[in-house]
Design a protein around this ligand. Structure first.
Ligand code: HGY
Ligand code: MN
Ligand code: MN
Length: 434
């Protein structure tokens, strides 16, 4: 029953929150995790692979069974729309359905599935919202098969970026553009929608992927912002040679140079950087990658993050100096792959998220939510350029993510979707402006 004493927006939001179903949420998470499911409990569903396309078809069918209109844009971003009473800009939620090469069941998937559960709860509650609500599955958030990350949301907000993105190649030489065209062909039954359509607000539900909430024993996080990130790729070219015959001092060994530089980067972090700098040298390619050939070339990636963008700027300048001064006979080329400044979510949105989380936590007799900055980047960092945006976090067990062991307590997953249902319903019923 709707409590008419309260404002109708709040009454609807509470009703939506109270119609979220634990079992239905768990079931949909399990079903989506089967696409690329691994024996170790993880998920391997990289962007626009066949398994990702199969998962997309599953989500399309699911969304249609909930009465949603499904559309797709030129970057293969999938939108599941629940009509509103007006044709004002919709409220957007959702996340990404692609995973790391060895990812978990929840990174991204939880936000897409949580959005669909909110639609199901609104249907059960018989609530009609003023604004439409759209659940999105963004293309290629992870950026591991095709770099950079968050391509779908980035291109949605600024379609000019898509031309460059389409040229990005995966390890087999396939371009992102060709992969997108195949993905669009696979869903020829899904109408196209223009990119950059104005949204009225965006809320992304995601696992924290770090240890903060769990250590604080707090079940829900109100995300105040996202730290800055920069990605580079270093190409070192020396000369291949025989591992047994070539004297050490006559070698131009690309691996020796790469390891030497890597050591200098780690030392820099210890000697100069504040502890806010996080450095990851995650992907290495060696050629010819033979046990008894001196590596002729080595390519490795650098991922740096900090809440303070100045720290990243200082690292970049130091990195370029170290590369320039590195003493060897070979060459080193640097490719800038990605750079995003810190994202701050507006107080007006944080207030809505706080209210949504507080009601869910109070009803569950759990600790109130806390504010925190996201260590991981998310599609919300681009949506924040287009409309008032915010995020809700749930804890990650052991702070583990980008790992098959990624896990969150099902009761916390349920609480997160309850908070999302409340927030999205409030936003979809806010007094109507233009
Ligand atoms: O790398 C990131 O921060 C995101 O999880 N893709
Ligand atoms: Mn993610
Ligand atoms: Mn991720």
């Amino acid at each position: 029953m709707i409590d008419t004493e309260k404002s109708s927006e709040i009454a609807f939001a509470e009703s939506a929150q109270d119609h979220v179903q634990f079992d239905r949420l768990q079931q949909l998470l399990r079903e989506l995790a089967m696409f690329g499911g691994r024996d170790d409990g993880g998920v391997s569903r990289e962007a626009l692979t066949d398994i990702d396309l199969q998962a997309r078809r599953f989500l399309i069918d699911k969304a249609r069974s909930l009465g949603c209109e499904v559309r797709i844009d030129d970057c293969a971003n999938l939108f599941f729309r629940r009509r509103g009473l007006s044709d004002l800009p919709p409220v957007l939620t959702g996340s990404h359905a692609d995973t790391q090469p060895v990812g978990g069941k929840l990174d991204g998937a939880y936000g897409v599935v949580g959005g669909l559960e909110v639609i199901a709860a609104l249907n059960d509650a018989g609530i009609e919202t003023q604004r439409a609500i759209e659940v999105v599955a963004w293309t290629n958030e992870e950026g591991c098969r095709f770099g950079p990350g968050a391509m779908g949301s980035s291109a949605f907000v600024d379609p000019r970026r898509l031309t460059e993105y389409r040229k990005s190649m995966d390890a087999t030489g396939m371009s992102f553009g060709d992969a997108v065209d195949l993905a669009l062909k696979a869903v020829a039954d899904v109408p196209r929608r223009p990119m950059a359509e104005q949204m009225s607000a965006c809320v992304e539900l995601h696992i924290e992927q770090g240890p903060v909430l769990e250590r604080a024993q707090v079940p829900l996080g109100v995300v105040s912002g996202i730290q800055s990130v920069r990605w580079y790729q270093l190409h070192l070219t020396g000369s291949a040679g025989h591992a047994g015959t070539m004297p050490m001092e006559e070698r131009t060994d690309a691996m020796a140079a790469a390891v030497g530089l890597a050591h200098q980067f780690y030392d820099y972090r210890v000697r100069h950087a504040t502890d806010t700098l996080r450095l990851t040298l995650g992907r290495w390619q060696v050629s010819p990658n033979s046990i008894n050939t001196i590596p002729g070339s080595v390519t490795f990636t650098v991922d740096v993050r900090s809440v303070d963008e100045q720290v990243l700027a200082q690292f970049e300048s130091a990195m370029n100096d170290m590369i320039r001064d590195y003493n060897w006979a070979g060459s080193i080329a640097v490719e800038n792959l990605f750079a995003r400044p810190p994202t701050l979510f507006p107080d007006t949105m944080l207030a809505v998220i706080e209210q949504a989380c507080e009601r869910a936590c109070t009803k569950a007799l759990l600790a109130p939510p806390m504010r925190l900055t996201s260590g991981a980047f998310h599609d919300a960092m681009y949506l924040a350029d287009q409309c008032p945006t915010a995020m809700i976090f749930v804890p990650s067990k052991g702070g583990i993510s980008h790992n098959a062991a990624e896990e969150t307590d099902p009761r916390e997953l349920f609480l997160g979707v309850q908070a999302l249902a409340y927030a999205v319903t409030i936003l979809a019923n806010l007094p109507l402006e233009k």
